[in-house]
Unconditional design. Structure first.
Length: 630
């Protein structure tokens, strides 16, 4: 508990002290009365580490304040107190009276002077204790005073020099007033300390380096990040010159302008940083500023880390419409339609063969929409069976099935909240799962596998198919109501064989990518015409197949100059489907069966659906055949 030490330069009766202590000690502070009869210079011993404020008067109070550095509240002297003392001394018969007290103790000295004969009573004030002692010594030498009225310092000095002295006593009301002022001072001090601690706590959790400046633009506060960044701050200080830490004229100019400046790219101590300066005003008077520093290299590293994490999670779209290479009117029309669709919230259905760029379009639509800063999540619906697809899309609760993660897992619908969910090969979904998906799209909420509660989601859906949906609906393989739900906006991507003018631009694009990847440079002998032989092929695998051929060409082409004849040889040398399949003998029949189906599927020139129809199996059966293990 903080103490208020009362060192009154006049005697207090035991009853007064008891009454005052009872009046104040029920508060948060202990009021302690020091002994008053000891010499004033020894009163410093009454001050301890618990002392929060000193209540005293005149030269004694100023001395204690100067030596201890603790807040000092002065006991006032009223005109009545001083008149009473002067009247008492004159009644005792003293003729030459000097009134001497500290200047700050009484503010109405002139009115007192005017009421007395200046030849008998002289009123004087002092600022420094040495001056008071010199004056009283002069009085003693020239016999100009036979009585001294004043504060403790004056009366103690007069007594030592053999002059009669009379201490001016303050009334009890003045003492009570001073103690109340001390309490208010400590309360304000506690509030300021609490605010300072709060600010310091906030500064420490801020990841950036932060400094606080006073009205003179001196550093008064900083956080640990600032100390780590600027080593000149890592020393104890009350205030620190700004120039001793920062040698940047540009920073000084930013402070002198006294206007907010956010994320200004500034060279600070030979390093590029983003600096935010926020000036602080009170009643239109400049009080200081807050400056926040971030190293550009740290921001770039953090951005790279975030990007890597998002890419690893698959929650970021990497492509935009600018990445789509095309010159054909057919493809440009689809791009224009897609750009228009991006501005809406409607569900988009993309038609197109394998390799025509359906996911490229899906990512570009997301990037051009108002959801571009939100997640982009994609999944191939044909790659998973119904049970796995349900747990991937809707998530699951802990214990929902064998192997379920502890605590459960959010599904892709939840991960894509506020963003876009791309469902590729939606035509591969089972009829039963289509019903579950339709409900989610209608209600905008999902229920995890094994869960009991519904979770609201706000997701834009983009779907893709490589099969004609009307045929699937006619055959009963796709629900008609789901089709109408997902086909609000449709885009039909033409195959590469129907837009041969795009083959050479695409090949040039892929050539640049593959040369950079393989660290090899091939010069085109006849410019773009060198790649014209590529237009003679049908490219049933579309852009994906074209890129594979270009990659093989970059890796295996024997010369550094690419010719038309050389390109033509690669088009002709495309591997054709074989009529025979070699299956390695294994101990497990299931392993040999898996090898058979894998080889058949790899050599088949067509879509997964066409493969299943050719061999009269369902997509689920194909998935099971390909995933068979020993």
């Amino acid at each position: 508990m903080k103490e208020i030490v009362v060192i009154a330069p006049f005697d207090l009766s035991a009853n007064q002290i008891q009454r005052l202590e009872q009046s104040f000690n029920h508060l948060s502070y202990h009021v302690k009365f020091s002994e008053t009869q000891i010499p004033y210079s020894k009163n410093l011993g009454a001050i301890t580490s618990k002392t929060g404020a000193i209540v005293s008067r005149g030269g004694l109070g100023e001395l204690l304040k100067k030596q201890s550095g603790i807040p000092y509240i002065q006991i006032p002297i009223t005109p009545f107190d001083l008149l009473r003392s002067i009247t008492h001394v004159t009644d005792l018969g003293y003729q030459k009276i000097k009134v001497l007290f500290y200047a700050g103790i009484f503010h109405d000295a002139e009115s007192i002077r005017s009421q007395f004969d200046s030849s008998r009573i002289e009123v004087e004030t002092y600022q420094e204790p040495t001056y008071a002692k010199e004056q009283i010594s002069r009085y003693a030498i020239d016999k100009s005073a036979d009585a001294i009225i004043g504060d403790r310092l004056a009366t103690d000095t007069a007594t030592e020099l053999g002059i009669a002295s009379f201490l001016v006593k303050s009334g009890e009301e003045a003492l009570v007033f001073a103690i109340q002022q001390a309490i208010e001072t400590l309360n304000l001090q506690v509030e300021e300390q609490a605010k300072t601690k709060e600010i310091e706590s906030i500064l420490q959790v801020v990841p950036q380096a932060v400094i606080s400046l006073n009205a003179n633009n001196e550093i008064k506060l900083c956080n640990e990040q600032a100390k780590s960044l600027f080593h000149a701050l890592d020393v104890p200080f009350e205030t620190l010159a700004y120039s001793s830490v920062f040698n940047s004229e540009e920073l000084g100019e930013q402070l002198q302008k006294q206007v907010p400046l956010r994320n200004a790219l500034t060279m600070v101590n030979d390093e590029q940083m983003l600096v935010t300066t926020t000036p602080i005003f009170s009643n239109d008077v400049y009080q200081g500023a807050i400056q926040i520093f971030e190293r550009l290299s740290d921001i770039q590293s953090l951005e790279l880390k975030i990007r890597k994490e998002l890419y690893q999670k698959g929650l970021t779209a990497k492509h935009t419409f600018e990445d789509i290479v095309c010159v054909s009117p057919k493809m440009k029309k689809q791009m224009n339609d897609a750009a228009a669709f991006a501005r809406s919230e409607g569900t988009v259905l993309l038609y197109g063969e394998t390799g025509t760029g359906k996911e490229l379009f899906a990512q570009s639509i997301h990037q051009a929409s108002h959801r571009k800063h939100k997640p982009f999540v994609s999944i191939n619906c044909g790659a998973l069976n119904e049970q796995l697809l349900e747990s991937e899309l809707f998530g699951y609760e802990e214990g929902a099935f064998t192997g379920a993660l502890k605590g459960g897992r959010a599904g892709l619908f939840e991960m894509a909240h506020e963003g876009t969910l791309f469902l590729d090969e939606i035509n591969e979904m089972s009829h039963g799962f289509q019903t579950k998906l339709l409900r989610v799209l209608q209600e905008n909420e999902v229920r995890r596998v094994g869960g009991m509660r519904y979770i609201p989601v706000n997701v834009r859906i983009i779907c893709a198919t490589n099969q004609p949906m009307d045929k699937l609906i006619t055959e009963g393989k796709f629900k008609e109501d789901l089709f109408y739900r997902i086909s609000t906006l449709t885009i039909d991507l033409p195959p590469l064989r129907e837009r041969k003018e795009d083959i050479v631009p695409l090949a040039l694009h892929f050539l640049q990518i593959e040369m950079k990847r393989e660290n090899r440079y091939l010069r085109l002998k006849d410019g773009g015409n060198t790649l014209e032989p590529l237009t003679t092929a049908n490219w049933y695998g579309n852009a994906r197949e074209l890129q594979n051929v270009v990659q093989r060409l970059v890796i295996t082409y024997p010369d550094h100059e690419l010719t038309s004849e050389g390109v033509r040889s690669y088009v002709k040398s495309k591997p054709e489907p074989e009529n025979t399949i070699r299956i390695p003998i294994a101990q497990s029949f299931k392993e040999m069966e898996r090898s058979l189906w894998t080889s058949l599927y790899q050599q088949f020139q067509g879509t997964k659906q066409e493969f299943c129809e050719a061999y009269q199996i369902s997509p689920t059966t194909l998935w099971r055949k390909l995933s068979n293990s020993k």
